[in-house]
Structure formats: C-alpha cells, structure tokens
Design a protein around this ligand. Structure first.
Ligand code: FAD
Length: 449
C-alpha cells in the first residue's frame, strides 16, 4: 500500500547474518536512508555458500552442545536453478567468461555463487558495514519499542549491548537438522548422519547406505555416493507403499517407499516389505527454523516449524515493523525473493510504504492459517509457498511500487524444475529453454550496460 504523504524516517537497523538475505537487506535499507550494521559470525560474506570440509561433532545434529558448522554445502554441489533465474533482479548472475577463476556454466558450482555474492557485497558497499566474527547472542525488546542486541566477538569474547530501532533477522535456515521419526531408531546400531554434514562420498565406500529423502540434495547425494558405495537404498515419502525400483543407469541403487522400522541387528524394513542390512542411514530430511538469540516474550514462536504469527512471512503483527524476517519461504527462487522482501521492509521502516493495522495483519494471518488447515496442510509447510511463489513475489513488488517479475523468469523457473525431474542426471548440462535465456539476457542489458 503506497501512502500519498509520508515523513521519511531514517532508522538504526541491525541485520543479523551476511548471507544472500542479509546482504540484500543491508543494501535496500541503505538505499532507503537507514543506518545499518550487519552482524556476521563467520569471517566472510556468503552464508551457506561458504563451503567448508569441516563437519559437526554430532553427525546427525541432535546434540544441542555439538560444535556447529553453518554451511550445508557438499563438495560436488552445483546449483539446482539456472543462474539467470537465481540471481538478484538488478544485479544479474551472469557468467564472467574472461576470468578463468570463475565458473561460467549455467548451473555453476557453489564457489561461483559465493563469488557472485562477494561481488555484490563489494559493488554495493555492504562489505564495509559487516562486523565479521561477531555472533548475535541476544535480541530482545526494550523500552520505546526498541531492540537490545548483544553480540560476542570471536576474538575478544566481548559481549556488547547496543540499542537499535529495528532488527532484520537473516540468519539462514539450512543449519539446524530435521530428522524423520523412525520406529526402532534408538536401538539401531548403525551410523547416522544428516545431509548437513555430508561433504564427499569417500566415507561411504563399500557401505550399504539408506538415504531418506527425495528433494534435490537427496537426488545429488544419492548419485554421488552410488559411485563408491556397495548399495544405496533411497527411502522416499513421495512414492507408493509397494514401490521398489532399480534406478536407471545404476546397478547398486534402488528407490523404495518409506522405512517401516529398523531393527537392533542393523536391518531396515521398508513399507514395500523388503529388508536391507545397512551400515548407514543418511537423513536428507531438511532443516528447522531456529532463532536461539531471539527473545520476544512468546510473541513469535516456532511451532512444528511454523514461525508465527507472521504477516506475509515477514512481520509479526504485534512487533511490526521493528522486527522482520527475510528468507523464510521455501521452494522458491530465494535471492530475488529476498530482494523484494528487503525492499518492502526498508520502505516500511522509512514510512514510504504503509502496513495495514495490527488487527488487519492479524486477521490476514488467521485467514491464511485457516486456509492451510482447511486444505489439510501440516503446520510445518506454512512457509512452503511453491504453489504461489510468484503470486507472493508480485504482491511484494506491487507493495514496493516495483514492476512484477519478468515473464521469462517465471517460465524459466518452472521449466527448470520440470527438467530436473525429467533428467535428474543431466539437467544441469542439457536444456531446451534457449529462448528464455535470450530473453533474460535482453533484460539484463538494463543492468549490465
Ligand atoms: P545463509 O546463506 O545461511 O546466511 C545466514 C548467515 O547468517 C550466515 O552467514 C551465518 O553465519 C549468519 N548467522 C547466523 N546466525 C547468526 C548469529 N547469531 N549472529 C551472526 N551471524 C549469524 N538457492 C538457490 O538459489 N539455488 C541453489 O542452487 C541452491 N542450492 C542450495 C543447496 C544447499 C545444500 C542449500 C543448503 C541451500 C541452497 N540454496 C540454493 C538456498 C540458499 O540457502 C539460498 O540461496 C541463500 O543463499 C540463503 O541465504 P540466507 O542469507 O537466508 O542464509
């Protein structure tokens, strides 16, 4: 909603995290005239794209006292979206052919995405406002609707208290493992690991591996491992109970229905009736939202992976606009969506854009939750907006007074997802949407010339 008159306001804003979300939030906030500090506990920008061979001390990620590693990248990872559809809208993710350090492929390696995000941070002067190796350990409300932010520097272990007008939470959501409940798992003797701690296939050499999951990282990792493992058995929730299929092109990989139970002797029983004696269960079962630093006196909670109540996945009505979240929706093209969310937040904080009243926002949230309930959608899918991601993006664009997403971008996203499921082995190197690539590059001329 665009107000006709407004008194522009400049706020002191803390941004938590310097991944893709925090970087674009910082840029948009500064463009709108706010004063911004970005807190980043790592030593560089890029968030989850900063690959590390290190893994956590508890490979399944259940021990709250484990040593933590932020990134979930595995060594062989190439993007699962084409670069044209993946990058920020006004800073296209184009191939830099002349630099041999760069990966010009359409679906490049994780390092190329990191380099793109680093370029973005430099181009828009965001690197200079990031406090590296500084972890936010507490965010809480103080008088006057302001926020206290306590942070701890890695070197000096100093805990600093600062007061901000607003906080934008961009801490990433691929670090806290989610694990499926499996009957018998407490007495199962084999090894368990979550994909968060998967880096290379070598540790699985000659092993019998059960991999739970069917999302893109499960597809990649199963293929990675099949090259060295004795057997790979994929347990998928999205196939019928009687399913057992040898995977085309592999003599050691099978697709099964879900696991029914596991036994003390190491065997795994599938719903399709087959029994496999396994060495390892690899959980590719996703992640939990986690805000260990945030204290809102119960106003914002995480309940079965629903972060709520949040108006349009961004603002808690009772704390808007001083508290906001970038990056919660999933099954989306994340970076361009972060850009719209950030523009919206920045414009609201400066009074250029107005939010509905607290009551109206709460009514909207309630109506949304009722809709989910009526359609039988579990709470944990609240932020899965796959079916409406472009409706959501276009709504944000309209609120911000920007043009909606380009048609090529929407079509390219859907074509890419279809291609991925049709050609799971080769989709990164074979495609047919050349006409959309041309349209994208035509559009990019606005930003690159
Ligand atoms: P992150 O990149 O995770 O950044 C969060 C930052 O916050 C980190 O730097 C972290 O150190 C910091 N932080 C956290 N807590 C604190 C704290 N308390 N104090 C200070 N700093 C803190 N997206 C695509 O578009 N294409 C792909 O192909 C693709 N593939 C992916 C593959 C994998 C395996 C994963 C895990 C994700 C993939 N994604 C992909 C999604 C990716 O997560 C997003 O593209 C995006 O980079 C997420 O950015 P973010 O800023 O939300 O989070």
């Amino acid at each position: 909603m665009q107000p006709t008159h407004h008194q522009p306001a400049s706020r002191n804003v803390a941004v938590i995290g310097a991944g893709g979300g925090g970087l674009v939030a910082a840029r948009e906030l500064r463009r709108e005239g706010h004063k911004v500090v970005v807190f980043e506990r790592g030593d560089q920008v890029g968030g989850t794209w900063v690959y590390t061979p290190n893994v956590e001390s508890d490979p399944i990620g259940l021990d709250p006292n484990r040593t933590k590693v932020h990134s979930s990248m595995y060594q062989s990872l190439r993007t699962n979206l084409p670069r044209e559809a993946m990058g920020f809208r006004d800073y296209p993710f184009v191939a830099i052919e002349e630099d041999e350090e760069r990966d010009p492929r359409r679906y490049p390696s994780h390092r190329e995405v990191l380099m793109y995000l680093k370029d973005f941070a430099i181009e828009f002067g965001v690197s200079e406002i990031v406090r590296f190796e500084t972890e936010v350990v507490f965010v809480g409300l103080v008088e006057g609707g302001k926020w206290k932010v306590k942070s701890k520097s890695k070197r000096g272990e100093v805990v600093e208290d600062e007061i901000f007008d607003a906080v934008v939470v961009c801490n990433g959501h691929h670090t806290e493992p989610r694990v499926a409940q499996t009957p018998g798992i407490n007495t199962w003797k084999g090894k368990q690991i979550h994909s968060h701690n998967y880096r290379t296939p070598e540790p699985f050499r000659d092993q019998v591996v059960i991999l739970i999951g069917s999302a893109t990282s499960a597809i990649d990792i199963s293929r990675d491992i099949a090259g060295v493992a004795k057997e790979v058995h994929i347990a998928s929730r999205s196939v019928a109970d009687e399913t057992i299929e040898k995977q085309p092109g592999y003599n050691n990989m099978w697709l099964h229905s879900m696991i029914k139970s596991v036994q003390e002797d190491g065997s795994v029983v599938f719903r399709n009736g087959s029994v496999v004696l396994a060495d390892v269960i690899l959980h590719c079962t996703g992640y939990k939202f986690h805000f260990p630093f945030l204290e809102t006196n119960g106003i914002v909670t995480v309940d079965d992976n629903r972060v709520g109540p949040l108006y349009k996945h961004v603002f808690p009505p009772d704390l808007a606009p001083s508290l906001s979240f970038v990056g919660l929706p999933w099954k989306v093209a994340p970076l361009p969506m972060f850009e719209f969310q950030s523009k919206w937040i920045a414009g609201i904080l400066s009074n250029r854009i107005t939010l509905p009243s607290q009551e109206e926002m709460m009514e909207d949230v309630k109506a949304f939750y009722s809709l989910l309930k009526a359609s039988g959608t579990p709470k944990r899918y609240t932020h899965n907006i796959a079916d409406n991601q472009f409706g959501y993006d276009d709504w944000l664009a309209a609120e911000c007074g920007c043009p909606a997403f380009e048609e090529w971008r929407k079509q390219m996203y859907f074509v890419a997802i279809e291609n991925l499921f049709e050609r799971p082995e080769t989709y990164r190197d074979e495609w047919e949407d050349h006409h959309l690539v041309l349209q994208a590059h035509e559009d990019f001329r606005k930003y690159t010339l």
